[in-house]
Design a protein around this ligand. Structure first.
Ligand code: MF3
Ligand code: CO
Ligand code: CO
Length: 251
């Protein structure tokens, strides 16, 4: 985990606010009939008009400016020309680069009116993210975060994805440590004041295997639930302080 100076924290605050504003902006365009490529273009234009860069674009060969993960897609879904349908849920994951730093945030958004199950899994994913964030303490561990997330999600009858999770963030998009959505209190990597991490639990309907797919010309993979049941996710970038934490991608 890289420890930031006061100046670096100010840069992280600014890029994270822009990432949050970008996510809020693009979410307004979600409705039945819109394609994920159109959402991608909206983020590309908005980001460039704010003198920033969409970090995913060309990241390890990734071809787009955002990830759009629809229904049974767990994460890293690649925008395409398929129109969103009434009843879909779509996670939009925005990562903005400016001032030499990255801000990373995502939300699962409803397309039209969705099923009660879709509402429940989405609400569980959002609450799970906040449970994880609330477990952050200046000299705690990544296991504290994972424990809190997994406990909450299991109680709601869903399951967490273990293979993929949060990460350190700063000058690099992905830094140490890995921030799991499961774990044991006091285990894992230490959290340190003035480090920045993401908390981004992926929640599945079922405890079945996940399937990994290649993205052409990229070393980034995308993931789906094996039985094509629903998956939802939320993400914030968080600063660890000397007394607790601050959510940087909250407007
Ligand atoms: N934003 C994703 C995360 O939360 C990473 C996307 S990598 C990409 O870590 F290449 F697919 F953009
Ligand atoms: Co992230
Ligand atoms: Co992200």
């Amino acid at each position: 985990m890289t420890i930031k100076t006061q100046d670096e924290i100010r840069s992280m605050e600014k890029v994270c606010r822009l990432a949050a504003e970008t996510l809020q902006h693009v979410a307004k365009f979600v409705r039945p009939g819109v394609t994920t490529n159109e959402l991608d273009q909206i983020v590309y234009d908005y980001t460039l008009s704010h003198e920033a860069k969409p970090a995913p674009l060309n990241y390890h060969g990734y071809p787009k400016s955002i990830c759009t993960s629809v229904n049974h897609c767990i994460c890293h879904g690649v925008p395409d020309d398929t129109p969103l349908k009434d009843g879909d849920i779509v996670n939009i994951d925005v990562t903005t680069y400016k001032y030499g730093f990255h801000g990373d945030t995502s939300a699962t958004v409803f397309v039209g009116s969705v099923s009660d199950l879709a509402k429940r899994i989405t609400e569980t994913a959002e609450n799970a993210m906040y449970r994880g964030i609330e477990a952050i303490a200046p000299h705690g561990t990544t296991g504290d975060i994972g424990f809190a997330i997994n406990k909450y999600v299991t109680r709601k009858g869903f399951s967490v994805v273990k293979e993929i999770g949060g990460h350190g963030i700063g000058r690099n998009f992905h830094e140490d440590p890995f921030v799991p959505s499961f774990g044991r209190k006091g285990k894992g990597d230490p959290l340190r004041p003035w480090g920045t991490i993401t908390v981004e639990p992926m929640i599945n309907e079922n405890d079945k295997d996940i399937v990994e797919f290649a993205i052409p010309n990229s070393s980034v993979k995308y993931y789906e639930t094996q039985d094509r049941t629903l998956s939802a996710q939320f993400e914030h970038t968080v600063l660890i302080t000397d007394v607790g934490y601050e959510i940087l991608t909250q407007i």
